[in-house]
Design a protein around this ligand. Structure first.
Ligand SMILES: Cc1cc2nc3c(=O)[nH]c(=O)nc-3n(C[C@H](O)[C@H](O)[C@H](O)COP(=O)(O)OP(=O)(O)OC[C@H]3O[C@@H](n4cnc5c(N)ncnc54)[C@H](O)[C@@H]3O)c2cc1C
Length: 375
């Protein structure tokens, strides 16, 4: 089977790895517009359950990924200078570039060709020259655009703005920080992903963003402004740039997931708000699910149909939880009057997937403190 994959991100490379590992005779090429060392962003997060799925799918890359993971079990909520810790949430962080390097090496080991610095502009001609074309080309997917009539995408640009920085201030655990300023409210999602660096994503509603005057501000002034807002949290350390710009989250859904011999994977197919930190997880688990469909049949149309019917309900469930989480952050103004522990409880239960009972199981002391505070 001749397979062409557009996009050498986690979805595309991981699918290539799993397919080649299952059958070394498969002819697989990955096309990636960037070079092997280019990346955006900082760290990504996996849950304990995702790691178990990655281990079952490919022990070799799993061992590499977990070798120097930064693991934690706490979510910290910082509000009015008070930190509330909630334990029992198993997560790990890794630098995106490190994850990509591990997957690149594994591709090389298995004999998968990655054509770097190759931007695909004509998808149709590529697809006529293979049995399977995979669009793993991220949130602005050209594959999805080319066959928009068939995939019937639904894209919604959300109102909040966010900007992705790094910092050498280490946040041990997923730390959600809120700061009220004269311009409005800023929220930060931060976590350590290696020995020296944390991801630091600042989110703001459009009113706060306008009031602060970011539309007129240079990148340097934006960074200084936010360093000032979060001075205490950063302990005076600088924010680190990596092409950091304010952007709006785009919620991606597709009515159909496949078209003849073409299928979408990862962010090209669906997005889930970063506040539930699951984009990379979903991308790699898509790859596992699609490969499992090819374990059942070599018929491309049948495998793609099975992928859509088995995976779509799982993704819809995730997107529903992520949607609730995203709405919480979009409406953070409505919660900011809460005391720190009430805000922490509201945050922990925001997606509808975690309730009082499960929090009681994870961290009984947190629930006891919450009951004392709200009695
Ligand atoms: C602020 C923010 C925070 C996030 N935090 C987390 C997190 O904590 N945990 C987590 O798991 N995920 C997180 N994510 C999401 C995560 O980055 C993505 O969901 C994940 O990378 C999806 O993988 P992918 O392979 O589908 O797409 P991508 O990683 O976007 O890869 C797509 C690849 O395709 C290439 N490409 C695109 N077009 C072409 C073309 N025409 N020709 C050739 N190549 C092309 C691109 O260069 C890219 O390398 C976050 C995202 C954002 C924006």
């Amino acid at each position: 089977m001749k397979t062409k994959i557009i996009g050498g991100g986690p979805a595309g490379m991981y699918f290539a790895i799993l397919m080649k590992k299952a059958d070394a005779a498969r002819d697989i090429i990955v096309y990636e517009r960037n070079g092997p060392d280019d990346t955006f962003g900082w760290g990504v997060v996996f849950s304990g359950k995702t790691l178990a799925n990655l281990c079952a799918a490919d022990e070799v890359s799993h061992a590499e990924i977990t070798r120097d993971f930064e693991a934690w079990d706490n979510v910290d909520v910082v509000h009015r200078d008070q930190k509330i810790s909630i334990h029992g949430n198993s997560f790990s962080g890794i630098a995106r570039i490190r994850l990509l390097k591990i997957l690149q090496r594994r591709c090389e080991e298995l004999g998968i060709e990655i054509k770097f610095r190759t931007e695909i502009t004509n998808v149709d001609s590529l697809r006529s020259d293979c049995d399977l074309l995979v669009g793993a080309d991220g949130v602005n997917s050209i594959v999805r655009q080319t066959f928009a009539k068939d995939f019937q995408p639904d894209l919604s640009t959300r109102p909040n703005k966010y900007i992705w920085y790094g910092t050498n201030q280490l946040f041990h655990g997923l730390t959600l920080t809120f700061r009220q300023t004269p311009a409005g409210i800023f929220a930060v999602h931060s976590y350590k992903f290696d020995k020296h660096t944390s991801t630091f994503i600042v989110e703001s509603d459009p009113e706060t963003w306008s009031e602060a005057g970011f539309s007129e501000m240079s990148d340097d002034n934006t960074r200084s402004y936010l360093e000032h807002v979060f001075q205490k949290d950063l302990d005076g350390r600088p924010l680190l740039l990596n092409n950091s710009k304010w952007i709006n989250f785009v919620l991606v859904k597709n009515r159909r997931w496949r078209f003849e011999n073409v299928v979408l994977l990862g962010d090209a197919l669906h997005t889930a708000h970063f506040s539930i930190g699951s984009g990379t997880k979903l991308a790699m688990e898509d790859a596992i699910a699609l490969k499992q469909c090819f374990d059942q049949t070599a018929d491309v149309a049948a495998a793609l149909q099975s992928f859509e019917s088995t995976r779509k309900p799982i993704i819809e469930d995730y997107q529903a939880a992520a949607y609730e989480s995203m709405l919480w952050f979009e409406n953070a103004r409505d919660y900011i009057h809460l005391s720190p522990i009430e805000l922490a409880y509201s945050l922990m239960t925001r997606s509808g997937r975690v309730d009082r009972e499960s929090l009681q199981g994870r961290d009984p002391e947190f629930i006891a403190a919450y009951d004392r505070a709200t009695d």
